[in-house]
Write a protein that binds this ligand. Structure first.
Ligand code: SAM
Length: 202
């Protein structure tokens, strides 16, 4: 069975171009089969981009999108924070190639698309945004989030959009128990936006 998180998707190609329209950003996004939400921008992603926290428009640090897919979140962050560097990490090579092409097609230069292991170890993130891959299973999801949240700058925030029926409330409890205080920022239909913080060092 194939999944959107397969490193090398085998689904036959069916390329498509979508338009993501937000009040402040419009992006033309090439998609394909074998990637998440290839037929239409995911409603949870759109909710996060519409109602979730926005990056500081003059931020110069490094921002992270965990599991960038073809790039709706990473490229929106790059547009909203043009002086920052956005790391767009993704295991699916087809999705990475789409994200690279979409950055170029939209004239976006401040995004680095790479496999998770290719992010330099010294980089600390001043913000994380993600529609995380819940379907990889709870142990793998927890390991994934723990590995990136420890690279959040003290006092910085991560914004995660998660479907309620896929365990948003238990994920919030787990994050808080790990030492990342997490609260629900918003809730619309099936989705929750979770705000997670790395505590400041006293
Ligand atoms: C729910 S999708 C969101 C994709 C995209 N951000 C969007 O909003 O359309 C989660 C993404 O995480 C990717 N993924 C799965 N496991 C991963 C991992 N260990 N590291 C990075 N990305 C991963 C999947 O391939 C998938 O593209």
């Amino acid at each position: 069975m194939s999944h959107y998180f397969d490193p090398v998707p085998t689904a036959a190609h069916r390329e498509l171009t979508l338009t993501l329209t937000l009040p402040d950003v419009t992006l033309r996004l090439g998609t394909d089969r074998g990637v998440f939400a290839g037929a239409a921008v995911d409603p949870g992603t759109k909710y996060l981009l519409l109602d979730g926290p926005k990056p500081d428009p003059v931020a110069r640090g490094s921002l992270l999108d965990i599991g960038c897919g073809y790039g709706p979140i990473a490229l929106t962050l790059a547009r909203r924070a043009p002086l920052a560097t956005v790391y767009a990490v993704e295991v699916n090579e087809r999705a990475r190639a789409l994200c690279v092409a979409n950055a170029a097609a939209n004239g976006i230069e401040n995004v680095i698309v790479c496999a998770p292991d290719d992010v330099p170890g010294h980089i600390e993130f001043t913000g994380i945004w993600s529609n995380p891959p819940i379907r990889i299973g709870k142990p793998a999801l927890h390991a994934l989030l723990a590995s990136w949240l420890k690279r959040l700058a003290p006092g910085a925030h991560a914004s995660l959009v998660v479907q309620r029926h896929l365990g948003s409330d238990s994920l919030a409890e787990w994050l808080t128990a790990q030492g990342y205080p997490t609260e629900r920022l918003g809730s619309r239909r099936a989705y929750r936006i979770l705000d997670t913080t790395r505590k400041s060092i006293a």
